[in-house]
Design a binder for this molecule. Structure first.
Ligand code: AMP
Length: 318
């Protein structure tokens, strides 16, 4: 039962004086919202505890919050909590192994089972939804507060594409309704997430103009280093363009393939129906049924992924 896990996690939060919260590399709003929201919950209720959020800062998501600098010594006798991270290689800051007790809280398929306690709920829209649910369920023992509500709201709208994707459920909406009781501006958070720099707007134009779509509705765009440089953009700027092909009629699944400075391509894969995470797994990645990531060594591997998408669409249409 998930509520039993909530109790177990709460007991560990009570037990430890130092709590260090990690999340995945290349964080998105849900990674930061779940990590920093949990930190805000614990800090407000237990001001005497040392609570840290660690990992690399992301400039364009600085409105979510910033990371703490933590000495190695802090990990001795620390409780380490990892949010939103399915597999250990993707945990940002490898010192997570140095703590005394490890908790995983996540909503991705549980491919890599880790943690002394593991709370994985793949039915949840986002990791932020799970932790907001935990706080609402623990009630006065870990009360929600305005900053945590703001962060969880940001995480939820990030992972649901502002309630567009099928992972959005009535429970998501019930939790969002509770969050909106707190003193933060949901509209401001929505506007922040909806506002892109000019370089992203230009990159979006490039993506829309260079989409290749086949008869099955499988689409792809390759963003070479040269194309990115043209807009002064890099890999970290590509998140806002990933949903764009899904706004075009007839496109069923797609990939944005981002050439890496170190060689090879990061594959950002999305679908409106066919389950694509098995394809991602075959190419060194994983993720959700309709939103996955992988790596391609070269153009030939990209072509292979597109071919596998074609097969998926044919099977799905049947
Ligand atoms: P992205 O396109 O990076 O936003 O990733 C979409 C989803 O796929 C996220 O839920 C990620 O957790 C997952 N994902 C991305 N890259 C990888 C990877 N290399 N291995 C496993 N999962 C991944």
């Amino acid at each position: 039962m998930i509520t039993d896990l909530f109790e177990e996690i709460y007991a560990k939060i009570l037990e430890y004086d130092t709590i260090i919260i990690h999340r995945h590399v290349r964080p998105d709003p849900d990674a930061l919202g779940s990590q920093l929201g949990l930190k805000a919950l614990i800090t407000k209720k237990f001001p005497e505890k040392k609570v840290y959020a660690v990992g690399t800062d992301v400039e364009n998501l600085s409105f979510m919050g910033t990371m703490d600098q933590v000495e190695n010594e802090a990990y001795e006798n620390a409780l380490v909590i990892i949010t939103d991270t399915a597999n250990r290689p993707r945990i940002d800051d490898k010192r997570y192994t140095k703590g005394k007790f490890l908790i995983k809280i996540d909503h991705h398929p549980d491919e890599d089972i880790y943690g002394d306690i593991s709370l994985v709920n793949t039915q949840a829209s986002s990791c932020s939804e799970i932790i907001a649910d935990l706080a609402i369920s623990l009630d006065a023992r870990l009360p929600m507060n305005a900053e945590a509500a703001r962060l969880f709201y940001g995480g939820i709208i990030g992972d649901t594409g502002r309630f567009l994707y099928p992972a959005t459920t009535s429970k998501t909406m019930r939790i969002v309704s509770e969050l909106m009781e707190y003193d933060f501006s949901a509209s401001e958070m929505g506007q922040m997430m909806n506002t892109n720099s000019k370089k992203i707007a230009n990159l979006s134009g490039y993506v829309l103009q260079n989409i290749e779509v086949n008869d099955l509705g499988v689409a792809h765009v390759i963003l070479t280093q040269e194309a990115l440089e043209q807009f002064g953009a890099d890999d970290s700027d590509t998140a806002p363009v990933v949903p764009l092909p899904g706004t075009i009629e007839g496109i069923v699944c797609w990939g944005i393939f981002v050439e890496q400075a170190t060689g090879g391509f990061r594959c950002r894969l999305r679908s409106k129906g066919p389950v694509i995470n098995e394809v991602a797994k075959r190419h060194g990645g994983g993720g959700h049924p309709l939103a996955s990531g992988a790596n391609a060594a070269d153009i030939a591997e990209i072509e292979e992924i597109i071919r596998e998408f074609d097969e998926l669409v044919v099977a799905w249409q049947k």
